[in-house]
Design a protein. Sequence first.
Length: 162
Amino acid sequence: MKIKVFTTGGSIDKAYSTQSSSFEVGEPQVASILCDANAAFEYEIEPLLRKDSLEITPAERAALVDRVRSDPHHYILITHGTDSMIATGLALADIPGKVIVLTGAMQPAEFRHTDAHFNLGGAITALQTLPEGVYIVMNGQVFDPQYAKKNLAQNRFETRSR
């Protein structure tokens, strides 16, 4: 089994820029996280975007959906910013024949206190065990994008009422 990883940016890939005195989306962090974790599975990483998810345009989201649809891999992991992760999950919902998991982080992977590594590990495990469909994995839980919500006050994802 080989996992295809698409990266889009978001907080998981943010780093502090001393030049601009702000956080900016940097290089994808997934490769270094997997290397540090001694991941024992085949994977291929393809960066698609490098931006905050609030800045993803409808055309970029449509291109992401087309790229995932055309990719030959069955197992797809997408690292994504948390602010529009649900919208992307819903946009991917009509792709048949694949297991697609989106994950990200509330805090950049480079931070000492981050959820990035935990979320990525959970997403990879979920990807290998879930039936075909689209899922969000955050905070140790698996969510259907249709019923997921981001709780800013609690800094986590939750299931909204059906």
